[in-house]
Design a protein around this ligand. Structure first.
Ligand code: SAH
Ligand code: SF4
Ligand code: F3S
Length: 441
């Protein structure tokens, strides 16, 4: 190899947890002397951080790997690595080893810190190296190159013990494991000192945070401790499971001024028989009661959710129950998914898999219903003044800035770039289903 500066490219799929892991990978690579590039055709190290929650995500990775074959032939020194959730399954590793033999490095979600060793091993042997042995413990923090200068992700727990019958995540990310409050608070204080304004606490199921600690700490108590850190202005967290959302968490959200009045609370399906078959451990009534309590204690709360359409056995009546919940809760944002069969999960072997076309029709009906509600909700902001954390210039118009309200609403408004990273007051003048427009006041 010559002495020219080496470049790296990270392609990330999946959730915020993966995005955060990519921040750690970026740090490791920059420490090894690599500089970042998005030019796949002119990179020395390309890594795919993969997701396997739905089939689409997997197919994209295989597609991309396939298209790298000619490039690797042209430039055999280019290193190709694949990591992330897909690599936690033997099946995906096997496919890569058999069909994508130009991949040089394969590692799992708990081997990120081994990356330098893996690169060296590959360079000295020329072989494909694989490491999936669990090494990274949650309290051994790996430094990271944060994507954002004033909004930061903080890992508070990993894994999931819930085994919803459709979901592969517990197989990919293992069992629940929580980080100590001391370690979490130290990282947040460090971010506050660096001028960070907003943090998002990450975990597959943050509501069960702390249960595995030597001295268990409930999640609401962790929130209270974080709320006391000077400098941080906004605290968000993802993802909450309705079955573990305690009254004390609602109290903590209401009482902690920095905890945003915004909650992502996936309900997945409205029908009680489908919820049971999904192993979600709550009923539609339980869920709606939770929402009622949240709205009562936190009057201006905004809610978002995840919904699956076409789970095995879903009838038209079951789907109507999903629409019913959507209309009752009046979500501000929602992520809707067509059910995707994942080998190894209980739902994959259930009878009554729903016809794809039937599911698609329901899916479109659901979107239509949701978009109408988003529109109606957003119209209520007209004339109001909202505090907006300015994230950057607007994508479509250089003169405009984009930011988020405490309720996670996207706002576009005219303003100077030197406001990026600050919180400003914006009077809302216009809206559509997905964003608000306004003027600074
Ligand atoms: N731990 C989080 C997020 C899990 S994955 C939670 O429990 O809420 C994010 C979303 O993907 C889930 O909420 C679910 O709506 C969706 N999802 C998971 N498995 C799926 C599957 N097999 N098919 C379609 N959507 C799925
Ligand atoms: Fe998957 Fe359910 Fe765990 Fe969420 S709670 S990660 S949907 S098994
Ligand atoms: Fe995907 Fe893994 Fe996240 S499967 S959704 S990247 S935890």
């Amino acid at each position: 190899m010559n002495n020219k500066i080496k470049k790296y490219t990270i392609v990330t799929y999946g959730c915020q947890m993966n995005e955060h892991d990519s921040e750690k990978i970026a740090y490791i690579l920059e420490n090894l002397g690599y500089v970042s590039t998005n030019e796949i055709n002119d990179t020395d190290f390309i890594i795919y951080n993969t997701c396997l929650v739905r089939e689409n995500a997997e197919l994209k990775v295989y597609g991309q790997l396939g298209s790298l074959k000619p490039l690797k032939k042209e430039n055999p020194d280019m290193i190709i690595a694949v990591c992330g959730c897909m690599m936690q399954t033997g099946e995906a590793r096997e496919v890569i080893q058999k069909k994508y033999r130009h991949v040089d490095i394969i590692f799992g979600t708990k081997n990120i810190s081994s990356l330098p060793t893996l690169i060296n091993r590959h360079l000295s042997t020329g072989n494909t190296v694989i490491d999936i042995e669990e090494r990274d413990l949650i309290d051994n923090q790996i430094d990271m190159k944060r994507l954002h200068p004033f909004i930061g992700y903080i890992n508070i727990m990993t894994g999931c013990n819930n085994f919803c019958t459709y979901c592969i995540v517990p197989y990919a990310r293992g069992r629940e494991d929580s980080r100590t409050p001391e370690s979490i608070l130290a990282e947040i204080k460090d971010l506050a000192n660096k001028g960070y304004k907003e943090i998002t606490l990450l975990g597959q199921n943050v509501n069960s945070y702390g249960k595995t600690l030597e001295k268990p700490v409930p999640f609401p108590d962790l929130l209270r401790m974080i709320n006391a850190v000077d400098g941080i202005e906004r605290i968000r967290f993802l993802t909450s499971h309705p079955k573990d959302l305690s009254d004390d968490l609602i109290n903590a959200m209401a009482e902690c001024d920095k905890v945003c009045n915004n909650l992502h609370l996936p309900f997945q399906a409205g029908s009680n028989s489908i919820l049971k078959s999904m192993n979600r451990k709550y009923t539609q009534e339980d869920y709606l009661l939770l929402v009622e309590k949240l709205k009562e204690k936190i009057p201006n709360i905004t809610l978002s959710t995840d919904i699956i359409v076409g789970f095995p056995g879903e009838t038209e009546e079951d789907f109507e129950e999903t629409l019913k919940v959507v209309k009752k809760v009046k979500y501000d944002q929602g992520f809707t998914f067509l059910y995707s069969k994942r080998e190894g999960t209980k739902a994959a072997v259930m009878e009554n898999q729903v016809d794809k076309n039937v599911a698609q029709v329901r899916f479109e009906k659901l979107l239509e219903t949701m978009y109408e509600i988003f529109y109606e909700n957003n119209s209520k902001y007209i004339g109001k003044v909202e505090k907006v954390l300015v994230e950057g210039p607007s994508k479509n118009n250089e003169e405009y800035l984009t930011g988020r309200t405490e309720g996670f609403k996207l706002v576009h408004f005219k303003g100077n770039k030197n406001l990026i990273g600050t919180i400003v007051n914006v009077k809302i003048t216009n809206h559509n289903s997905f964003s608000l427009n306004g003027e600074m006041v």
